[in-house]
Write a protein that binds this ligand. Structure first.
Ligand code: KG4
Ligand code: ZN
Length: 349
């Protein structure tokens, strides 16, 4: 069974062809980092415009590299939310038009279900139940997954998502968007022990909070800049430039920030395992591309006898293969969408 998946939920235009819900025939992602980078975050209007430019070539390329045409498809799965409404509208309108014109069944997929089921693309033998940490730019949630379509939310962030904290800290350090990959790289060179940023463990709950650490980084950086300014003022030869942190100081800030975020994420996964007795863990979403998180979650699995599934980097960040994989299971249950499909910016799993 062949499905075309489409995801335009945020700032990546993606299309993929997946066979049997697990075998990737193609997975094309066209990112927009160069458009949003100078603004330090996504500009929704620019994202929608770019999706409109890219949706046709990206879908064409996905079909071509899979060696199929629209006629070969059993269904089209499109992400209906959550995400940026203008971005979602592009993918949904396109999918509805293609399905209407080609008499192809349409399936609507929740983006979070796509992330949650993405490990099946590499590990079709993965079995339920499992604990799933979905950690991205828009979400940080823990679920107990008992079957396809049966997910219980155990905890979620009460403020910023972990990826959002990465992006904001990157902006504070003047490192551009998206912040995750660049902070991950810097952190690998820094000393995580030089600065002690707070870890918000929120006792007795599996909820998260990442806004405090972002503020702690902002306060630290501002204090350091005041010190640099004072030193410059005292030096007669100084050039009055805006003070910036040295490269090694940025590396240490990145390393200390990352260590604190990853500590919280891994600890909460451990709590979820202890609370449910489910000794199988899956991580997904953009932040699961993080080097330290991948290492620490595997170590946790080894030391506590927990089976851990970590997707390849290309399947961590947004991609349409995960939408096709999730769509496959909905399609098999007969859960189809119609021409009245309307995307939703807010859509709980
Ligand atoms: O899943 P995703 O592509 O889009 C959303 O659904 O949000 O996740 C994007 C997020 C961004 O916040 C980005 O900074 C973060 O994932 N990210 C990372 C890494 N790569 C991407 N965060 C930490 N370390 C990384 N290596
Ligand atoms: Zn995502």
């Amino acid at each position: 069974m062949l499905l075309l998946g489409i995801d335009t939920s945020c700032d990546d235009t993606s299309a993929a062809v997946v066979e049997g819900g697990a075998t990737i025939r193609s997975n094309v992602v066209s990112g927009q980092a160069e458009i949003h980078s100078r603004y330090g975050g996504i500009v929704p209007e620019l994202a929608s415009r770019r999706h409109i430019e890219m949706i046709v070539p990206v879908v064409d390329e996905a079909l071509k590299s899979a060696g199929v045409t629209l006629k070969d498809l059993d269904a089209v799965a499109v992400c209906e939310g959550p995400g940026l409404i203008g971005s979602l509208l592009v993918g949904c309108s396109f999918a509805k038009a293609v399905c209407h014109a080609g008499h192809i069944p349409l399936v609507a997929v929740n983006h979070l279900e796509g992330h949650l089921l993405s490990p099946f693309l590499e590990s079709p033998g993965l079995s339920f139940p499992f604990i799933s940490l979905v950690v991205s730019g828009g979400h940080t949630s823990l679920y107990k997954a008992e079957d396809f379509g049966q997910y219980t939310e155990l905890g979620r962030t009460r403020d910023d998502a972990a990826g959002e904290a990465y992006d904001k800290v990157s902006k504070i350090l003047g490192l551009g968007y998206p912040g995750g990959p660049v902070i991950d790289r810097l952190a690998a060179k820094g000393d995580p022990g030089e600065i002690d940023f707070p870890r918000s463990f929120l006792p007795d709950t599996l909820d998260f909070s990442f806004s405090g650490i972002k503020t702690a980084v902002l306060n630290y950086v501002n204090r350091e800049k005041v010190k640099l300014k004072k030193q410059a003022d005292m030096s007669l030869n100084s050039v009055p430039l805006p003070p910036t942190l040295s490269q090694s100081r940025k590396e240490n800030v990145a390393a200390a920030f990352q260590a604190a975020v990853v500590d919280v994420l891994v600890r909460k996964v451990e709590w979820a395992v202890a609370a449910t007795g489910v000794k199988r863990v899956v991580i997904s979403g953009g932040v699961s591309a993080n080097g330290l998180l991948r290492q620490r979650i595997r170590e946790m699995g080894d030391s506590q006898g927990v089976e851990v599934y970590v997707p390849s980097i290309s399947l961590c960040t947004d991609n349409a293969a995960m939408i096709a994989a999730a769509g496959y299971h909905r399609f098999r249950k007969g859960l189809l969408a119609g021409p009245d499909l309307n995307p939703r910016a807010y859509l709980p799993l």
